[in-house]
Structures are given as C-alpha cells and as structure tokens.
Ligand binder design. Structure first.
Ligand SMILES: NC(=O)c1ccc[n+]([C@@H]2O[C@H](COP(=O)([O-])OP(=O)(O)OC[C@H]3O[C@@H](n4cnc5c(N)ncnc54)[C@H](OP(=O)(O)O)[C@@H]3O)[C@@H](O)[C@H]2O)c1
Length: 300
C-alpha cells in the first residue's frame, strides 16, 4: 500500500523501514531534513513539509503519525487535516490519551476524515521482531489499512479492539501493567544486589538462569540480562525514571472506576520518588521523629 510516515524518531524510523522491506510505498517526513534523507536512501519518498506529504499521496490517503502525544500530535493532525480530503485516513500510532483521541476522532469525522488509533508496543526491537498493535477506530477504515498493520506486526501481533480511542485505551493499560512488572524486577534485583549474606551474586547469570523454565521468565527479564551483562551493578546509570503519561492515566482510570490497582499506583509513585534528589516528605518524617522521640537526624 501507499502511505506516509510523519516523525522518524526511534519508532517511526524503524516502522518506515519495516514497511519498505515489505514492499509498501512510504512517503516520509520529519522536522529534520537529514533524518528524511536517511530514509530516502533506503527507498522512501522524501517530503519537505506536511503539505508536500499530502500532495505526494493518491486519494484515499493514509498518513501514519508517530510523534509525541499532546500538542505535537494535535498540531500535526490539524495541519494534515487542513490539506486532506474526505475519505482520507490518519493513523495515530503514538501514546496519545484515549480521551483526546476520541475527541479528535469525532472532530475529524465531521470533516469526513477517519482517525485510527494504534497502540504500538515493541520499542526499538520492533524493526526486526515485529510490533504488537492494538487498533481502534471506525472498523471499515481499519480493515482498509490492514495490509499496513499486518506488515508491521509480528505473527498474531495485531488486533482490532474497538471504536475510537479503544486502541490507545488498551495500550494505556498495557503500559500500566509494564510499570508494575518493571517495578517488581527492580525490587527483586535490588534485594539480590544488596544481600549481605551473599554479597557477590552474579545478577546477569541469575537473570539468564530465570529465562529457562522459571515462572518469572519474560522479555523484560531478558532485557535485564542484557543490561547486567553490559554493566553488572548498573554503576554507569542514575536511578532516575521518567514517565510518558500512561502510568498516571491508568491510575486515574482505575480510580474513576473504583478499581483497586495498588501495584500499578505504587510503581508510578516509585518513579516520582526516583526523580527527587532528596524527599521533603522524608525530611518531615525525620523532623517529627526527632520532635516526639528525640531520634537522631542527619544533616543535609
Ligand atoms: N520509544 C518507544 O519505545 C515507544 C513505544 C511505543 C510508542 N511510542 C510512542 O511513539 C511516539 C514516538 O516515539 P519515539 O520513541 O519514536 O519518539 P522520538 O524518538 O523522540 O521521535 C519523535 C519524533 O517526533 C518528532 N517531533 C517531536 N515533536 C514534534 C512536533 N512538535 N511536531 C512534529 N514532530 C515532532 C521528532 O522530531 P525531532 O527529532 O525534530 O524532535 C521525532 O521525529 C510517541 O508518542 C511515543 O510515546 C514510543
């Protein structure tokens, strides 16, 4: 199929390459012309701006956007929609908030355009391994774009999950689960690394061992093997963990639904704590213990 890819970062670049390898005709655009040139060199058609993207596609057009959620996605969709025609399709493959997606979908539908939301998992490994795609939106538009999803996904890694926003909703919960799984591994490996009785445990060897028949084997744990092999005690890293929104949206949704989700919630809070050089809350605890019991405190 012919389509365009907007945003050639860690995800959009690899996805363009995987589509090209499977015989699709891909028009590419990124704010950085040098990046566009790299994909032109492997067979993509280069566009110089969003209007040029639309010009180079034959109707009905399909444009995939792979840019950060929020304002960059909004601005890109608005600019594209102004130049596109009824019957055209925009696929948002980024990690947008499902509520924003549903609102955008409605707004675009009034202009005759279809918005498909595609929760995309697989990270930088997707180029070789294939992605996992959770797709929402108007079903006829989704079916029309199936050749694209099938090329990007690994075997069994594509499903239509429901109307507008459903793909991003499922991806949000997927990422909430990911937070909790990662936190579990983080805590377990910290206990092993801190052990006084067994101070020299080989974390890479243990992580590798657990990949063979153990209940906790997983792709995340396989990535832990890689990380410990490169840096056995992760001494080159700072324990600072960002988040891109989905964990907090998952927690918010759990609260709105009265669903108790303590593990995902605490995983998010652990990330917030990881970003503090020092904790004011912990200072308050230290001060109160000192006030009521004369317990020792440490100076800053
Ligand atoms: N990385 C992952 O593992 C992963 C997995 C699944 C989903 N996602 C989602 O996929 C999307 C892209 O992620 P990524 O990891 O590929 O990010 P990335 O490597 O940072 O690439 C983002 C791309 O978007 C462009 N961009 C940034 N701001 C823009 C704006 N205001 N207008 C137009 N283009 C803009 C960037 O251009 P410049 O280079 O000029 O800044 C770059 O080409 C995000 O929504 C992300 O949450 C990421």
């Amino acid at each position: 199929m012919q389509l365009a890819m907007i945003g050639l970062g860690r995800m959009g670049g690899n996805m363009s390459e995987r589509l090209l390898r499977d015989g699709h005709a891909v028009v590419v655009y990124d704010r950085d012309p040098a990046t566009v040139g790299r994909y032109e060199a492997v067979g993509a058609a280069a566009a110089k701006d969003l209007a040029d993207v639309v010009r180079q596609l034959s109707a009905p057009r399909v444009v995939w956007i792979m840019v950060p959620a929020g304002a960059p996605t909004d601005e890109t969709i608005e600019a594209l929609a102004g130049a596109m025609s009824p019957g055209d399709v925009i696929i948002d493959g980024g990690n947008s908030n499902f509520k924003e997606t549903a609102a955008r979908g409605e707004h675009l539908a009034q202009r005759g355009l279809a918005l498909i939301d595609c929760g995309t998992s697989g990270g930088v490994w997707g180029l070789e391994n294939g992605y996992c795609l959770m797709v929402g939106g108007e079903e006829n538009a989704v079916r029309r774009c199936e050749p694209i999803f099938r090329s990007l996904a690994q075997e069994g890694g594509y499903a239509y999950v429901g109307p507008s926003g459903a793909g991003h909703y499922v991806k949000m919960v997927h990422n909430g689960i990911e937070y909790a799984l990662m936190q579990g591994y983080g805590e377990g490996y910290e206990i092993l690394a801190s052990s006084k009785r067994y101070p020299n445990l080989d974390l890479a060897a243990i992580a590798e061992l657990w990949q063979h028949g153990s209940v906790v084997r997983s792709w995340l744990n396989e990535l832990a093997v890689n990380a410990f092999q490169k840096d056995p005690r992760l001494s080159k890293l700072k324990g600072y963990v960002s988040d891109s929104g989905e964990g907090r949206w998952t927690v918010q949704e759990a609260i709105d639904l009265d669903v108790p989700a303590p593990t995902i919630t605490l995983s998010l809070l652990a990330r917030l704590r990881s970003r503090q050089e020092d904790s004011f809350g912990a200072k308050v605890l230290a001060a109160l213990r000192n006030e009521f019991g004369g317990h020792a405190v440490k100076g800053s």
